[in-house]
Design a protein around this ligand. Structure first.
Ligand code: GLU
Length: 424
């Protein structure tokens, strides 16, 4: 009989609550006044639309689409569009707020937003997806804009979806508007380095943390959960810097190789096997829980929310966790992780390399110019290192974990800017 992995313990928390729990702790430490607290807590705009799409079989199907702008205080709102069956408005609200904090942590002039469509992109044809993206763009025409709200890819979307979005928006506008969206294909005004940017930022912040912890990359190992755009690039960069990547995973399973995987080979395998690791023979099959609690020095959760929970936090052996995904640690697990002395580079810092290079893409579009890959990487590495240092020093100053420190940095920045701009 085939081995069946035991069903995971479902512990999906309300993501908005999860975000708010950390926000509350940081707001209290900062002594944030009630008025500003209420303003920063609530998104400025929430739009829900129903999109009617003609499917390939000729029948119409209705899809629910969302866009939440959490804040436009620091500049135009910025954030990806997620295609998934299990999205909810609460999740989009949390993800939009995380974008606000993320942009503030890395000090780029953007507010935070997130969009989503409840759909399963793996079960849709290219034509159906294109019609869906175009309908969503039309429905959000008044929301989006290069000076208002700039979408980008997120889970389930990529450069092709961004190309359709740019094309539809441009047609409605009567002119090419490249800066309305980032994460575009290179030929349409995408930036060199954008695809790898999130994984690269994960590596940069991981190495900065290792330096502080006096961990030598050449004598360290790591486990990477998720082998999509973030996980595969993070794994590749970590291996390039000398770490042994001993565990990897994707939706089809997790794999262990004590000698360390040859990541370029694994990427080749994935790309020639329908984008999954299904049937991969380069390591022993393990469970996702085993990957998270594996005997490695660094753990990189780069897949999805709420994977590190009260049910497994206690068993984690890594000394350092660097969050490539948004919200991979449930807030209820924070105390366990902290009491074990595990250092966490939080999502709003660790995965901010993506939006940082999105910002560079937007800047290039507005200049009508293209930067060399080297310039993109040098500038984004510098921003990531500065942001890490700032959060690290804030953690020391307030004597709190880096997660709370990152929120302190972000909330202080948005609150101060809000006060300067004033209101009614
Ligand atoms: N979706 C990515 C994130 O969560 C990128 C957002 C962007 O580039 O605007 O950070």
């Amino acid at each position: 009989m085939a081995y069946i992995e035991p069903a995971p313990i479902i512990d999906k928390e309300n993501p908005f609550e999860s975000m708010m729990s950390r926000f509350n702790t940081a707001a209290e430490l900062l002594g944030l006044d009630n008025e500003t607290y209420e303003i920063l807590k609530n998104p400025v705009k929430q739009v829900i639309v129903n999109l009617h799409i003609t499917m390939d079989n000729g029948k119409k199907q209705v899809f629910e689409g969302y866009r939440v702008i959490h804040s436009d205080t620091l500049g135009p709102a910025k954030g990806g569009i997620r295609f998934a069956m299990d999205v909810s408005i609460d999740e989009v609200k949390a993800l939009a707020a995380w974008m606000t904090w993320k942009c503030a942590v890395v000090d780029i002039p953007y507010g935070g937003a997130k969009g989503a469509i409840k759909c399963d992109p793996t079960k849709m044809s290219k034509g159906e997806l294109e019609r869906l993206v175009r309908a969503y763009t039309q429905a959000m025409y008044d929301v989006f804009g290069p000076d208002k709200d700039i979408p980008a890819p997120d889970m389930g979307t990529g450069p092709q979806e961004m190309a359709w979005l740019m094309d539809e928006y441009s047609k409605m506008n009567g002119r090419t508007v490249q800066g309305v969206v980032t994460g575009k294909p290179l030929v349409l005004g995408g930036s060199l380095g954008r695809t790898e940017a999130t994984g690269r930022g994960v590596m940069i912040t991981a190495l900065e943390a290792m330096l502080k912890l006096k961990m030598n990359p050449a004598h360290s190992s790591c486990a990477v959960q998720g082998f999509g755009n973030v996980g595969s690039h993070a794994a590749m960069f970590m291996a390039e810097r000398g770490l042994k990547v001993k565990a990897i995973s994707d939706v089809t399973g997790a794999y262990w190789n004590d000698k360390g995987f040859d990541i370029a080979e694994v990427i080749k395998y994935r790309d020639s096997h329908n984008k999954t690791l299904d049937g991969f023979k380069g390591g022993d099959l393990i469970t996702n829980e085993e990957l998270l609690t594996a005997p490695v020095d660094v753990l990189l959760p780069c897949a999805k929310e709420d994977v590190i929970t009260v049910h497994n936090a206690d068993k984690i052996q890594a000394k350092l966790i660097v969050e490539g995904a948004n919200g991979p640690t449930s807030y209820k697990a924070d105390d366990i992780i902290n009491s074990k002395g595990i250092v966490v580079v939080p999502d709003i810092l660790a995965n901010a390399g993506g939006v940082t290079v999105s910002y560079f893409e937007w800047v290039q579009n507005r200049m009508g110019y293209k930067w060399e890959a080297d310039r993109v990487n040098r500038r984004s590495d510098r921003i990531m290192k500065q942001a890490f240092e700032n959060v690290y020093n804030t953690a020391k100053k307030y004597n709190v974990p880096m997660r709370i420190a990152a929120y302190i940095v972000a909330i202080a920045k948005v609150a101060d800017t809000y006060k300067l701009r004033g209101g009614f």
